[in-house]
Ligand binder design. Structure first.
Ligand code: HEM
Length: 206
């Protein structure tokens, strides 16, 4: 595990803009990282049902990123996360015997509306948060997740490079601050989702 983490952390040397993004979004990263929902994922105490609802709400965001940002030219099937997530959701649905697509369990709509208003460049703020979360924190979280194919990457070092380069492509001193603003907004949507799923009194309907 330790060796794996070292391999992950040393996969890529970020450029000056990546470094700036990391620095200026650290407060939001650490805020969500210390939320009891995420801590529960880390300790294995988060109920399966809540994790499944969380996944189901993230799926449209992943699909949106893939639809707009992954094209034939830059296809890398190892980072097509929506397929893995669908697989995990199906496994949870069967395991819990629950329909996750009930209205009161779907919280992502305002987030998705905001996402669709952004141009492709700023849509990368979601690529940044979601994919790097899976590739870094996800590698620590996955050992306590029942169905975690979302965190499996065949060539994680190559995939980190690929995603980081996609993000860095087009970043410059003129747009980096607006990009950071979008990343921070995305973190707020993540936080809101985590709060909702954590606080909701949701029970499986058998
Ligand atoms: C227990 C939960 C988590 C742990 C232990 C964790 C840990 C980490 C670690 C070790 C890194 C690499 C930092 C480095 O390069 O020095 C990282 C990066 C990152 N994590 Fe997390 N994380 C967690 C949760 C999250 C969550 C919930 C999100 C977003 C929803 C997230 C988003 C990110 C992003 C975007 C990066 C890339 C930062 C950058 O290099 O620019 N993480 N995380």
């Amino acid at each position: 595990m330790l060796l794996h983490l070292i391999k992950v952390l040393t996969a890529y040397k970020p450029n000056e803009f990546s470094k700036k993004i990391k620095k200026q979004t650290k407060v939001k990263h650490d805020q969500i990282e210390s939320h009891p929902f995420i801590k529960g994922m880390l300790s294995g105490e988060l109920p399966d049902f809540k994790y499944a609802v969380y996944l189901n709400n993230l799926l449209p965001i992943y699909k949106g990123v893939e639809m707009f940002l992954f094209n034939k030219r830059n296809t890398n099937s190892d980072i097509v996360q929506s397929k893995k997530i669908l697989n995990d959701i199906n496994n949870y649905s069967n395991f819990l015997n629950v329909d996750l697509n009930q209205d009161h369990l779907l919280f992502y709509r305002d987030w998705l509306n905001h996402f669709t208003t952004k141009n492709d460049f700023y849509k990368k703020s979601e690529l940044y948060i979601r994919w790097l979360a899976d590739m870094y924190g996800g590698q620590i979280i996955k050992k306590n997740i029942r169905f975690g194919s979302k965190y499996d990457f065949v060539d994680i070092r190559g995939d980190i490079k690929f995603v980081r380069q996609l993000i860095e492509d087009g970043l410059n001193s003129q747009n980096v601050d607006s990009f950071i603003e979008e990343v921070n907004i995305s973190y707020d949507y993540h936080y809101k989702l985590v709060e909702r799923v954590y606080d909701a009194t949701i029970e499986p309907v058998y």
